[in-house]
Design a protein around this ligand. Structure first.
Ligand SMILES: C[S@@+](CC[C@H](N)C(=O)[O-])C[C@H]1O[C@@H](n2cnc3c(N)ncnc32)[C@H](O)[C@@H]1O
Length: 327
């Protein structure tokens, strides 16, 4: 009954405020596309922080830094998002309305929309559960993610890697928003250059210390050979017990025709020089597929979260998050 009244309130507000939300969405997305292209930065990295903005405003994941960042970031529009989400935000304040996609927990029911929010929350929990057992955190392809800026333990060495333009704009925005953190070492790198771990070591990475590597939604932009090289590099510089958290997309999801929204997204991101490449065949046993990938690089699976089995037409999962450790 409560749910019904929440959705009813949201529906009425959405109707009343439709021009405001359409205008906001149009402005935010046009600005994002135009500036991302002009500055040659990662368009998809911007999309991740939009999800974090939403989670913040629904009170699910407080992240004041991401809001400050977006307010100062030339390729996103805080006002645009606010206008776009206004009906839902007001409904949330009045009735507690929360779109179900933001809080889905049943892995099998995670959909091609709700996985974005699930992913953020799951990587958060992987970090919070493991950060006190490592000495270093390396975020590979960090984009505009600000998790590193919220790590309270200053004894942990933190490194962020990404391509130059994306990383330079991130640093500039962090400084403008007055949330730049001297404890984070930024290293610009292209993972296609196979020796990126040398730069990590030259910038203070300690091979004798336990490390948590995050590789969130980056491998799908790389060729399989480069993904394998990334594992090789990680394994060659890591002590036993280091951790690698990463996610995988299914071949059907990124390269098939089952998901129309994803197909459209693929065309769009190509315009920004980004392209989905590496995937896992999730019609097969995912654990076995991962073993084949990990085994040669001294990695073994520790935890695995397989998503979407019941939400897809093909009844196959389309997304997985894995936590592996070095042996
Ligand atoms: C979808 S974003 C994910 C960003 C971040 N990991 C997150 O979850 O918020 C993909 C990121 O991978 C980075 N990336 C893609 N290809 C790369 C490459 N060859 N070398 C370094 N970074 C790369 C992009 O610049 C972008 O920041």
């Amino acid at each position: 009954m409560i749910k019904l009244s929440q959705y009813l309130t949201y529906g009425i507000l959405q109707l009343l405020l439709l021009p405001v939300s359409v205008l906001g969405a149009f402005y935010a997305f046009q600005k994002e596309k135009y500036i991302s292209k002009k500055l040659n930065i990662s368009y998809t990295a911007g999309q991740v922080i939009q999800g974090q903005w939403i989670l913040h405003f629904f009170g699910i994941r407080e992240d004041k830094k991401i809001i400050k960042f977006i307010k100062n970031f030339p390729a996103e529009s805080h006002i645009g998002f606010y206008m776009m989400m206004l009906p839902a935000i007001i409904a949330n304040k009045i009735t507690g309305f929360t779109p179900t996609a933001l809080v889905k927990k049943n892995l099998k029911k995670i959909s091609s929309y709700s996985f974005l929010f699930f992913r953020t929350m799951k990587f958060d929990s992987i970090i919070s559960q493991n950060i006190n057992f490592v000495d270093q955190l390396v975020i590979i392809g960090a984009g505009f993610d600000l998790r590193a800026n919220s790590i309270k333990n200053s004894n942990i060495k933190i490194f962020e890697l990404d391509k130059k333009n994306t990383q330079d704009l991130k640093i500039k925005t962090l400084k403008k928003a007055k949330i730049y953190d001297n404890n984070i070492t930024y290293i610009n790198c292209d993972l296609n250059n196979k020796n990126w771990s040398d730069d990590l070591i030259n910038n203070g990475f300690d091979k004798s210390e336990k490390t948590l590597f995050l590789f969130e939604s980056v491998s799908c932009y790389l060729e399989k050979e480069i993904v394998e090289n990334t594992f090789e590099q990680i394994s060659s510089i890591s002590v036993k017990g280091s951790l690698l958290a990463q996610d995988f997309y299914s071949t059907k999801f990124l390269h098939g025709s089952e998901f129309r929204r994803v197909k459209k997204g693929k065309e769009l991101i190509k315009k920004f020089g980004e392209n989905w490449k590496f995937t896992l065949d999730m019609s097969k046993d995912i654990k076995e597929e991962l073993k084949l990938l990990f085994n040669t690089n001294n990695l073994v699976e520790k935890e695995l979260f397989i998503c979407g089995k019941n939400s897809t037409k093909s009844k196959e999962p389309f997304y997985a998050i894995s936590l592996a450790k070095t042996i």
